[in-house]
Design a protein. Structure first.
Length: 292
C-alpha cells in the first residue's frame, strides 16, 4: 500500500526556514506499526497522522523514526495549516484528540496555535551531582552557565530540560555529548534539552534557543513548539518577562541554519500561568509516497 505524505515546514520565520514535518492526512486504516514504518521512511523528526475522532475535530498521532510520542508542536502546526489550506477545517477554535487527551487548537489566518497546560517545574541545582552531569552533557563548564538562573525541567505537556546561558556565543559554541543527553533524557523522562539565551537575531524577540533530543532520534531540531511553551513560562516566572506574547527564535544557530520563530501566548489567572497557546506559520514544501 502506498501512503501519501505531505512535507510541511512549521514555524517558518518569514517565507523560509522552519521545521519540516511529515503529514498523512488520511490515516484511518493505518496500524501503529505501519505509522512507525512510514515515519522511518520519511526520516524527519516527526510525522503526524490524521484520522477521524469522536471527541475532537481530528485525531492526531505523532511518530518519530523510533517511537510514538504524545505531542509534537511543529507537526501539529504543520497539520492544521495544511488542513486549512485544503479546506478540511475552518478558521477559529478547533481541537485535536491525542493519546494524552484532547487539546484546543486555534487557526487564525495563516497561523495555527495549540494549547499547552500550566507549567510544572523541577529545579536542577547546578552544583549537584545531576547538575554536573547536565553541564557535561551539553559540553560546558559551570562558569559558562548564566549566573543566578538555574536549569529547570519544565513540563507543559512534555518535559524539557531548560538551560539558560549568558549570551548567543555560548549557545552557538555548544558541542553536546548526545549520548549523555540521551541518558539524561531517559533518566528524567525528557523529550530533550532546550538551551537558550535572551540574545536574539531580531529585535523585540525574547530568546534564541537550540534543542537536542537524541532520545527520539533528533540530534538537533529547528523549531519546537512543545519546548517553546515551557521556555516562555520559564521566562515569565524566573526571568521577569511580563509580556503575554513571547517570541522564541530557534534554528538560527544550526548548521545549516533553518530560522524558526514560535509565538507563545500566556493565559494568566491571579498572576499565575493557567495555560498557553503556542504556534506560528507553516508552508507546504513537497510531497512523497512511501510503501507499507
Amino acid at each position: 500500500m502506498l501512503v501519501d505524505v505531505q512535507i510541511v515546514n512549521a514555524f517558518i520565520d518569514g517565507a523560509t526556514g522552519g521545521n519540516p514535518a511529515g503529514v498523512v492526512v488520511d490515516a484511518n486504516i493505518l496500524t501503529a506499526a505501519q505509522k512507525l514504518k512510514v515515519a522511518k521512511q520519511v526520516g524527519l523528526s516527526e510525522t503526524a497522522f490524521v484520522s477521524e475522532s469522536d471527541s475532537a475535530t481530528i485525531k492526531l498521532e505523532f511518530f518519530t523514526p523510533t517511537r510514538q510520542i504524545a505531542h509534537c508542536g511543529h507537526a501539529t502546526i504543520a497539520t492544521f495549516s495544511l488542513l486549512r489550506r485544503l479546506g478540511v477545517v475552518s478558521e477559529g477554535r478547533l481541537s485535536k484528540e491525542t493519546i494524552d487527551g484532547n487539546r484546543d487548537i486555534l487557526v487564525d489566518g495563516d497561523m495555527a496555535f495549540m494549547e499547552q497546560r500550566a507549567p510544572k517545574y523541577t529545579h536542577v541545582a547546578p552544583t549537584s551531582e545531576l547538575g554536573d552531569r547536565v553541564v557535561v552533557s551539553i559540553g560546558l563548564t559551570q562558569e559558562r552557565l548564566r549566573s543566578g538562573v538555574d536549569p529547570y525541567v519544565v513540563n507543559t505537556g512534555n518535559s524539557f530540560l531548560i538551560v539558560p546561558l549568558p549570551d548567543e556565543r555560548a549557545v552557538t559554541e555548544l558541542r553536546p555529548d548526545l549520548g549523555l543527553v540521551e541518558s539524561l533524557s531517559d533518566e528524567l523522562d525528557l523529550i530533550g534539552c532546550y538551551v537558550f539565551s535572551t540574545t536574539t537575531k531580531v529585535q523585540g524577540r525574547h530568546a534564541g534557543a537550540r534543542m537536542f533530543a537524541p532520545r527520539f532520534g533528533i540530534p538537533e531540531e529547528a523549531g519546537t513548539g512543545m519546548a517553546a511553551g515551557p521556555l516562555a513560562c520559564f521566562l515569565h516566572d524566573y526571568l521577569g518577562v511580563k509580556d503575554r506574547e513571547v517570541l522564541i527564535e530557534q534554528g538560527w544557530l544550526m548548521k545549516p541554519p533553518s530560522p524558526s520563530v514560535i509565538k507563545v501566548t500566556l493565559e494568566l489567572a491571579d498572576g499565575q500561568i493557567a495555560s498557553l497557546m503556542a504556534g506560528g506559520s507553516a508552508r507546504t514544501v513537497s510531497s512523497m509516497q512511501v510503501e507499507v
